[in-house]
Design a protein. Structure first.
Length: 251
């Protein structure tokens, strides 16, 4: 027996309802995650490449509204209308921080990827920079071209120019002011803040198990990554039952 037009509309309506419900769940339960870190800090690199970035390759990505602040324990002063930075791990870190600040501002104009609370390309590019950086005391180099090719960043030349221009200093100083506004003041790097409220135990936990720290703040319809079972799976099961009942009525 063929399914008529009215039945097609019914199934389409169910699908649209399910999709809108899932999207609403994501928006309602999105967790704000602010990461205060430094481009050459070993602990920052470890957190970003071993905890944060891998977690964002899962369904958890839809529950994260991410803000990256590559500044840490840096400082700056204004000398003859020029911004001069000093950084925790030396001048090369200042360069790395500026590169990342420019990437955050320039890749896809800083806009989040559709359905995510951050830009996927930017996060991938920064993860690559931190993972592949050649940390040397005398001549640290950042693999901009290599990471741009891996992550399909077409304007990496603009990012490099920005980092060595006054624009890079301005972008980094903005991140510096945001870092200085953290309450209580930043004392360790990286510092991870959930939902705009700093709790040392959450920050410490995130560095060892970001998934566990994040899942504490997802209160309903937790994804499978949180507990091995998913509220979304339950919703899908309901959808299947509804469709099955609808088909039963047709035959």
């Amino acid at each position: 027996m063929m399914v008529g037009k009215s039945s097609f509309i019914f199934f389409a309506s169910i699908a649209l309802f399910f999709a809108s419900t899932v999207q609403a769940q994501h928006e309602d339960h999105m967790v704000y995650v602010d990461v205060y870190y430094e481009s050459l800090c070993p602990d920052s690199i470890k957190f970003f490449t071993k905890q944060l970035y891998p977690s964002l390759q899962t369904n958890l990505s839809h529950f994260v509204n991410l803000t990256l602040l590559p500044y840490g324990k840096s400082d700056y002063t204004t000398v003859q209308n020029q911004l001069e930075f000093t950084c925790h791990h030396g001048p090369f870190e200042c360069e790395g921080n500026k590169i990342q600040a420019c990437a955050l501002a320039l890749i896809e104009k800083g806009q989040p990827s559709e359905g995510l609370g951050y830009n996927r390309i930017t996060v991938g590019f920064i993860n690559c920079l931190m993972d592949k950086v050649d940390r040397q005391t005398s001549n640290t180099t950042f693999p901009l071209k290599e990471c741009a090719e891996i992550n399909q960043v077409t304007n990496y030349v603009d990012i490099d120019n920005c980092a060595h221009h006054v624009d890079g200093s301005k972008h980094l100083s903005t991140l510096g002011e945001l870092t200085k506004n953290l309450k209580p003041p930043l004392t360790s790097v990286p510092t991870i803040v959930f939902n705009k409220q700093y709790r040392k135990e959450d920050s410490d936990l995130a560095q060892e198990n970001f998934v566990r720290a994040l899942c504490q703040y997802i209160h309903h319809d937790k994804p499978a990554e949180c507990s091995g079972s998913s509220g979304l799976k339950t919703s899908f099961t309901i959808l299947v039952l509804l469709v099955s009942l609808a088909f039963a009525k047709l035959f």
